[in-house]
Design a protein around this ligand. Structure first.
Ligand code: PMT
Length: 406
């Protein structure tokens, strides 16, 4: 059976020279069994004729928001409901900006705004337009709104420049479309991950924090998404891009993180606490910048709330996975945390090796759960995350074999 059998895909085409490649993408989707409807912006029609897509899909191509001739065609709400997936390819800088702002001044934008299915955009533009901060901010906002951003690729551009901004090739877009519908071991599961450090204010300009970069937690978010989960990432301040299709909840202090987790934990199937939450905060945060007049000063610290324990000790708790960051006695401390916090699993890492753990791209984990353990040797965090998510999915299914979602 073709990979996209009977999947309903709405292909949105905006104004850009890469519009000609959308015809091949459209053909590949149909070849995989998809039913494709095409919506073009007025600018797109300057680059390629609607007739091309009409011939490929056997369906009328829609373009106008108010089209008297299209009385029998679906309106924008029906089209938004009809689609299993919307892909905007090519997505021009202008359309990306309008999507980020929630504009609805043409048919395609209106459909995207009304859609509840996954929406992917495949940016295509000149390299300087792509690297412009305004475009980058808009892309970031699209990601925060859970739109998928596919590409762009780097290479030679129609204008003669060489750089990032080319639309992905039609075959790559078709492969990504297929991958989106492939069920993974966590399909239908909701998963929340905490990641990164927290910052505990001392005064308006200073804070206590730690060396967590967020790389491990963000890699886990991407791996869980790839395994089919609907992922919410509760993140302290980091300098990383949010993985596509992952919902980001930003926070700063341990108190903020607890609040975000508490407000959004209901309905989550799995909770992974990867954040390096500060264990202590300053008892009284100075309202003004502390002057350096005293030769010595003492900060009084109080314990922060234990976010993981608050989830794992609650009623109707999700499957809880903790992390343990240790500099010695890895297994002993990890097993103690597993039992003490009533966790389902714990992933322990050493954080005294400069080549592994905090900040760097590599890590190694020792994973323990009731009745099992597994050593995951040092490797890139992206690979390690995939291995850990596979273990979590397996043990989760064994622990909660029959639920209403299976
Ligand atoms: O972000 P990177 O640079 O990629 O580095 C990854 C990492 C080393 C930070 C990560 O792999 C890791 O070990 N995260 C957990 C760090 C930590 O705080 O460990 P801990 O042993 O102090 O805490 C035990 C568990 O309780 C953790 O799951 C932690 O998230 C949680 N906790 C701790 C304190 C607190 N107040 N609330 C919590 O939820």
């Amino acid at each position: 059976m073709p990979d996209l059998d009977n999947k309903k895909i709405l292909l949105g085409i905006t104004g850009g020279i890469a519009a000609y490649k959308a015809a091949e993408y459209c053909r590949l989707l149909i070849k995989q069994g998809a039913r494709v409807r095409v919506v073009m912006t007025p600018a797109a029609k300057e680059f390629i004729q609607p007739l091309t897509f009409q011939a490929l899909t056997g369906e009328p191509v829609l373009s106008e928001l108010f089209d008297a001739d299209a009385a029998n065609a679906m309106d924008h709400i029906e089209l938004a409901r009809w689609a299993d997936l919307i892909v905007v390819a090519p997505a021009s800088a202008d359309s990306i900006a309008k999507l980020a702002d929630g504009y609805a001044d043409n048919l395609l934008l209106t459909i995207v705004l009304a859609a509840s299915c996954p929406v992917a955009v495949a940016p295509a533009m000149n390299q300087h337009m792509w690297s412009n901060q305004a475009t980058q901010d808009n892309i970031q906002r699209l990601r925060q709104h859970a739109l998928l951003v596919w590409g762009p690729a780097a290479g030679e551009q129609a204008c003669g420049d060489v750089g990032e901004g080319r639309m992905l090739e039609p075959q790559q877009l078709a492969d990504m479309s297929v991958a989106l519908f492939r069920p993974g071991p966590l399909t239908g599961r909701k998963l929340m991950i905490t990641a990164g450090p927290t910052r505990e204010a001392i005064d308006p300009v200073r804070f206590l924090s730690n060396r967590s970069s967020g790389k491990m937690g963000y890699a886990l978010a991407a791996a869980a998404r790839d395994a089919g989960a609907e992922v919410t990432l509760v993140s302290g301040p980091v300098c990383l891009n949010v993985p596509d299709s992952v919902t980001l909840l930003s926070c700063e202090s341990a108190g903020d993180m607890l609040q975000q987790v508490t407000q959004n934990i209901t309905g989550q199937d799995i909770f992974i606490a990867c954040a390096a939450v500060a264990d202590y905060r300053v008892a009284a945060v100075a309202k003004e910048k502390i002057k350096k007049t005293a030769e010595q000063m003492t900060l009084q610290l109080v314990k922060t709330p234990d976010i993981l324990a608050s989830v794992s000790l609650s009623d109707n708790k999700p499957f809880c996975v903790g992390f343990a960051a240790e500099t010695s006695e890895l297994e002993q401390y990890a097993r103690h945390k597993l039992a003490h916090k009533k966790l389902d699993m714990i992933a322990a890492n050493r954080v005294d090796d400069p080549a592994s753990g905090f900040e760097v791209d590599d890590n190694a984990l020792a994973v323990f759960w009731q009745g099992g353990s597994q050593q995951l040797p040092r490797q890139p965090k992206t690979d390690l995350a995939r291995e850990l998510i596979a273990i979590i999915a397996r043990v989760y299914r064994e622990a909660r074999p029959v639920t209403e979602k299976t």
